[in-house]
Design a protein around this ligand. Sequence first.
Ligand code: GLN
Length: 542
Amino acid sequence: MPRFVFITGGVVSSLGKGLASASLGSLLQARGYKVRLRKLDPYLNVDPGTMSPTQHGEVFVTDDGAETDLDLGHYERFTGVHAKKSDNVTTGKIYSDVLARERRGDYLGATIQVIPHVTNAIKEFVVSDLTDEDFVLCEIGGTVGDIESLPFLEAIRQLGNELGRDKSCFLHVTLLPYIAVADELKTKPTQHSVKELQSVGIQPDILLCRTPFDIPAEQRAKIGQFCNVRPEAVINGRDADSIYHVPLMYHQEGLDMEICRHFDLPLNEPDLTVWRTIGDAVLNPEGEVNIAVVGKYTSLLDSYKSLAEALTHGGLNNHVKVNMNWIDSEEFETAENPMLLLEDADAVLVPGGFGHRGSEGKIKAITIAREKQIPFLGICFGMQMAVLEAARNLAGMPQAGSTEFGETELPLVGLMREWSRGYEVETRSYSDDLGGTMRLGAYDCVMEDDSLAAQLYQSLSVQERHRHRYEVNINYRDELEACGLHFSGLSPDGLLPEIVERRDHPFFIAVQFHPELKSKPFDPHPLFSGFVEAAVTRSRLV
Ligand code: GLN
């Protein structure tokens, strides 16, 4: 059985619990341990797939096709361990499983209750699908004290008991607010939050206190005393300039050391060369580029989390800082001279998206990028719009549209009702539910060998993650290729366009999948590295 670290949060939300978990995962890896990270989310949606990105942030997709919380993206980016369906669960999923079992009669006439039936289902989830991991880091979403998280807290309390102290550890992330008039960091909210945890039977072993300043020794002693934690286990969680400095900072503050101490493991120095290199690269760019991201969910930047990180990684690979200019695509529809919106852009990216609103603006931005030879990367919806742009403006099909927007005379982008995944056929229909019914997860793509795509990937085939309902109709390939839009990557059966590109342009490529989901700071995604490189080249020209 691996060791379990349960990570809870208190006082307020948005304390960076996900990043703390991801950073701890990377620190334990640097000590040679095999880690797995999981997240338990207390909301009632079965998964975040149907939630608006402007409410909940990006929906992260795993290779095995789970639509998950964006924290799983942090976990992957910091540890390189690919998350699975079995790494994220919500209250909604737990309840729907319990209720399905009840309907099947699995409970043999018992009265179904939160304790033990729901808590047992949570515990089963936490310990399921593990092999030879040394550590499982299990983050509980929400804030201690929320009604929703109670069954999860009860489940991890029980697990802590069952596993024993040598196999479980409770890490609580809190906030020490700074009160200017008193010139002091205040410990009271942390004390209350720990009390709240204790009232459900959990005594935290380690406190990670988010703070704008170093915690003075006497405050640390006070927190330790009131919260029943050794002062050394009260960790300074200072704000970082970049998320990629967090592993080093938390290491310096002793987070991984305290975990090792708790489990009686060797306290040797971990090898953090990778994080030092990344940290230095973030601090010392040799230049900068401006990338315009023309999207729809620009009001909450968390809705493009992986995208922003992937662009940053592309910047690291090219030794430049990437300035992202988030532009609401509707501005392209109303602006008198939309060209001005891209005046400073060294490159243009049209990301994934849903629905008609703003789509014409995206098409307009793509026209400008194509005509003005500005490097362009289209992702998912961005590829669908790039294909519509070429069809309407170059291939003489002004009526080309997507069935996502309703009935259209010329459905260049439409709902695929059947496609293959390996040897299996997957089917969908117009009457399907919205949740969990898109083309989801990793699919193969085969590339033409003289393509920009193959050159960037340095390979003729790749597996990338998908999350979309509609597909570009392959039957229009000849017309589009005749006007310069090459279908350079296809599904292995040749039916689903995966990559399109132009050869009469310095860098114009659009993909049906989401490359940003697989980019890591220590392994930047080739499409993003190539895209930022093209932006650098352009910035030197103009
Ligand atoms: N709305 C489009 C579709 O469902 C694209 C989705 C996306 O960009 N993720 O096909």
